[in-house]
Design a protein around this ligand. Structure first.
Ligand code: NAP
Length: 407
């Protein structure tokens, strides 16, 4: 079979990697301009398609049949060519059903706010109504908007079906969660970054916070079954979810200057297939000055601003191993930038073993004092602590083991 993803601008899509895990069919990306859509659908060389922005509605007039779910939603995200006919269905519906089940939330009888009124919102509304939820749609225009959202402070579940917070415009949230004291969980259909600001705010309140990667995997499984006409046994949704998370998550190293972050980082990148990036080297590139010169000519606050700019740039990317500078933890603002797409490992080496050769900044300070003042900050940022006093390969293995077991 020949399948693929139809859209206008597809950029970097996870779909080919996902479908490679799902079935023995070719899977290509088809970027089609609106004026060529009808010709592509009628004469294109494909057996099955997934459909994304902006064509989920506009493909409908060119199809021969719709399944009942596609008819109800008025949107198609999967097309099958069967006996010369084009049949459209919507697997996002099954994807969101699966996401609700995985989240452990029980929407029945509860007020659920759905942010946005586009195609994905319609899917979310339909599923939540099937669960018996009291569904309120928040739209930039209309009866329930962001201006009067506080009247729904009794909401129990919030679902983001807008693109607010999505890569590359990360770090923004559509709502302030302080308005909702009874909130039990937040579901964000966005999966890049793994943690939008909205999800990090939910995490900080220790309530359920789930991104859209599970939904993406679940709808893809359903589409593959539709393409091939064969059920896929086992927990393939879980496997896809883990595989994409493994590829996309950044591994971030923090720790004192000279604790081995660059050495460990390069080895980690080679073992995981990720790209190694040294944040200090990026700062020098961006500032067009060496770090000692920035400190000497501009002072530490200017250096810290450069550093945050680099964290902003790197933290939202995917599939990196990032070695940070020793002092990046002194700025709390760097935490969400690193946490949004990454797992943070604190590399620990005893102060007397820290490397100081060729490090003028380390030679002129009391490292013991610095360690004492930063210890709590390293703790605050880190997801895992790794001892790097012994064999560097042992530290690398420990990081990979801890990283894999939490995927
Ligand atoms: P869409 O049809 O373009 O709808 C998005 C809606 O969000 C708009 O109708 C609009 O609603 C609202 N919106 C747009 N820009 C906004 C802004 N700047 N501020 C506040 N609200 C804004 O897109 P969609 O297909 O529904 O997708 C929505 C999101 O869900 C995207 O992030 C997409 O990637 C994600 N998604 C994920 C999956 C998955 O499998 N995880 C599947 C489908 C979609 P109002 O005009 O009413 O405010």
């Amino acid at each position: 079979m020949k399948c693929g993803l139809l859209g206008r601008k597809l950029g970097h899509s996870y779909s080919p990697a996902i479908h490679a895990l799902l079935g023995d069919y070719e899977y290509d990306l088809y970027e089609v301009e609106p004026e060529n859509l009808e010709d592509f659908l009628r004469n294109g060389d494909f057996d099955g398609l997934n459909v994304t922005i902006p064509y989920k509605q506009t493909v409908i007039p060119h199809l021969d049949e719709l399944t009942s779910v596609a008819k109800e939603l008025g949107a198609v995200n999967t097309i099958l060519r069967k006996n010369g006919k084009l049949i459209g269905t919507n697997t996002d519906y099954f994807g969101f059903h699966s996401m609700i089940a995985k989240s452990g939330l029980s929407p029945a009888g509860k007020k659920c706010l759905v942010l946005g009124s586009g195609g994905a919102s319609k899917v979310v509304q339909t599923v939540l109504q099937e669960y018996g939820a009291d569904v309120i749609v928040i739209s930039r225009t209309g009866e329930n908007s962001y201006h009067n959202i506080a009247i729904h402070s009794d909401a129990a579940i919030l679902v983001n079906a807008t693109p607010v917070g999505m890569y590359p415009n990360t770090g923004t949230s559509p709502v302030d969660l302080d308005l909702f004291p009874n909130l039990e969980g937040v579901l964000d259909l966005i999966y890049n970054p793994a943690r939008t600001k909205l999800l990090m705010d939910a995490e900080n309140r220790s309530i359920v916070a789930m991104n859209g990667l599970w939904m993406l995997a679940a709808q893809a499984k359903c589409a593959a079954e539709y393409f091939t006409g064969m059920p896929i046994p086992g927990d393939i949704t879980g496997q896809i979810h883990a595989d994409i998370k493994r590829r996309s998550e950044n591994i971030i190293l923090i720790g004192m200057p000279g604790c081995g972050k660059s050495t460990v980082g390069k080895l980690l990148a080679a073992k995981t297939g990720k790209l190694f990036v040294d944040a200090d080297a990026e700062i020098e590139k961006m500032a067009k000055k060496t770090i000692p010169r920035i400190f000497a000519e501009d002072g530490e606050p200017v250096f810290r601003n450069w550093e945050t700019q680099v964290m902003e740039k790197l933290g939202k990317e995917s599939g990196l191993v990032i070695a940070t500078g020793g002092g990046c933890v002194t700025m709390e603002r760097n935490y969400p930038l690193l946490h949004q797409n990454g797992r943070i490992f604190w590399l620990q080496r005893d102060v007397e073993n820290l490397a100081t050769d060729g490090r003028p900044l380390s030679q002129n300070i009391d490292l013991k004092e610095m360690y004492e003042s930063r210890k709590a900050m390293y703790q605050r940022f880190s997801d895992h602590e790794i001892d790097n006093n012994g064999d560097v390969h042992a530290a690398v293995t420990e990081i990979i083991t801890k990283w894999r077991c939490c995927i």
